[in-house]
Design a binder for this molecule. Structure first.
Ligand SMILES: Cc1cc2nc3c(=O)[nH]c(=O)nc-3n(C[C@H](O)[C@H](O)[C@H](O)COP(=O)(O)O)c2cc1C
Length: 354
């Protein structure tokens, strides 16, 4: 089956087309991976997928979603990430990716299981969030500060700095988060960006920061490693971005050396017209792949081999990203490979278990 054939991007070989999706754990200590991360990621590293994407990690402390986010900002963070990467690679032969991000106006939020979709109060030591424009994401959220040009330049350098650290920590893949309503998506979407300088207005201007970050990160991310972006295929709102805008962005990302895109959607405001159903974003990936020729990953409610196989065989995407299914049942893919008599390496310790 094509889905189980190895796949190469540059010098990095993926043993199949599956990746474990980035999933925020809100469990960091001072931005560093905690014991929870070791336990959670060790399981996922045994899943049989070709790539394990680590969760959204902030490039500066204002860019955290919550106080418990991972950050890759300082020397201590770098050392702790390096330890984690080395541990995961010692237990299994899997490529590891890191997603780096800035939350923008979605930051200073409470941890979701304490209170979902809520911003911190002053008593909880909230911080002032920032965005392209001073527009809140919802009446219950604070108005963010509109970024100055100097602050924008600093954020670009923060992405570059985290990329340097991610490389030194040993990651194979780096993904820039441009979706889900976070800062870069806020610049991309006219719902949140009403600037009248070179970072707002036309689509080209709204893409500018995203491209500038890629250009800067490219200077430090090794040429033989993989650089990707998670992009927004649709705002699911009348005046929001559409797949046409995303195609424009991805063509530009391609021109600037991005190796793959993961097409997601939604999140620019808490409630949109997005309807969740199996494979609800596959059509977006198919369109991006067709229009740009970029290696494309799809994501969202894909939870069977049959479904994944159809996506790959119909040329709708090159890679399949799965989140919750791997958490619920970390060995489902290994069982499927066993059933299909696909050759793969089970750890010696588990040879008698499958
Ligand atoms: C607990 C949880 C945390 C998530 N955190 C992130 C994240 O850090 N970055 C990101 O791009 N998407 C994040 N997502 C979205 C997932 O990567 C994925 O796109 C989404 O869950 C849909 O895929 P699934 O149906 O296979 O779970 C998260 C989803 C969940 C359930």
């Amino acid at each position: 089956m094509k889905i189980f054939k190895s796949f190469k991007i540059k010098k990095i070989k993926f043993k199949n087309r599956f990746s474990v999706a980035s999933m925020c754990q809100y469990s960091a200590n001072n931005g560093n991976p905690s014991r929870w991360h070791y336990s959670h990621l060790a399981k996922l590293a045994q899943s049989g997928a070709g790539l394990l994407m680590l969760e959204s990690t902030a490039v500066n402390s204002r860019g955290r979603i919550s106080k418990k986010d991972l950050t890759l900002i300082n020397k201590k963070n770098e050392i702790e990430f390096k330890k984690l990467v080395s541990f995961l690679k010692s237990t299994n032969d899997i490529n590891l990716g890191l997603q780096i991000s800035h939350s923008g106006r979605k930051g200073s939020a409470e941890i979701p299981w304490i209170k979902s979709n809520t911003s911190l109060s002053k008593k909880q030591k909230n911080w002032i969030t920032c965005a392209p424009s001073a527009i809140r994401r919802h009446p219950k959220w604070p108005v963010p500060k509109s970024l100055t040009i100097i602050e924008i330049k600093k954020i670009i350098l923060d992405f570059k700095n985290s990329a340097i650290k991610a490389n030194r920590a040993g990651f194979d893949v780096l993904e820039i988060h441009m979706a889900h309503g976070y800062l870069l998506h806020q610049f991309f979407s006219p719902i949140s960006n009403i600037r009248n300088d070179k970072y707002g207005g036309s689509l080209n201007n709204r893409c500018r920061l995203l491209i500038e970050i890629i250009k800067e990160v490219k200077k430090v991310w090794p040429k033989n490693k993989v650089l990707g972006a998670r992009v927004n295929g649709d705002d699911w709102l009348k005046n929001g971005t559409s797949i046409k805008d995303c195609t424009y962005l991805v063509n530009n990302l391609k021109k600037n050396g991005v190796d793959y895109v993961c097409v997601s959607s939604g999140g620019i405001i808490p409630k949109t017209n997005l309807k969740f159903k199996p494979g609800y974003q596959v059509h977006l990936a198919r369109q991006i792949r067709k229009m740009t020729g970029v290696i494309t990953r799809t994501t969202g409610m894909i939870d069977s081999l049959n479904q994944a196989n159809k996506i790959i065989n119909s040329n709708s995407a090159d890679l399949i990203n799965i989140g919750r299914k791997f958490v619920q049942d970390p060995y489902w893919l290994i069982r499927e490979m066993r059933r299909k008599k696909i050759k793969f390496n089970i750890p010696n310790q588990y040879l008698r278990c499958f």
